[in-house]
Design a protein around this ligand. Sequence first.
Ligand code: IDP
Ligand code: MG
Length: 154
Amino acid sequence: MAIERTFIAVKPDGVKRGLIGEVLKRFEMRGYKIIGLKMLQVTPEQAAAHYAEHVGKPFYDGLVKFITAAPVVAIALEGEDVVAQARRIMGATDPNKAEIGTIRADFGQAMNRNIVHGSDSVESANRELAIYFKSEELMSGAKNSFDYVIESLL
Ligand code: IDP
Ligand code: MG
């Protein structure tokens, strides 16, 4: 399986409820590498680009209002098959349908308060990572890989 990157966000409800560490822990303990991390206030332009596929749906306006209302934590993850595996760790969109043990089942309260975002394909991941991160903010590749840097210091 290929090494991929995906875009995860702790949404405003997750940040407000003190779940940043919990979300990060669940991905880290599975062995995925955090290669980008920042807290930011999503702009209306970023939200429109991120959620373009949902324009016209009944929940769209509420979704954009919510995601831009308070800070989120943007996370770039790297690892084998990480796009699909991160979606499994997050669980289904609706917390009431998500498998117990997933982030959304354990902490989500409703469809529109489901704690995390995660890209649904490699193409979406690349598009979404570019909305939230500059390429030099992703600590990956031969030049700034931590494995390389750390091993060269040992
Ligand atoms: P996903 O986050 O699991 O990929 P999407 O269908 O891409 O789900 O929807 C994006 C986000 O929009 C969801 O995470 C959820 O917060 C919100 N959402 C999706 N469907 C509904 C709905 O029917 N009612 C309210 N909010 C929704
Ligand atoms: Mg989606």
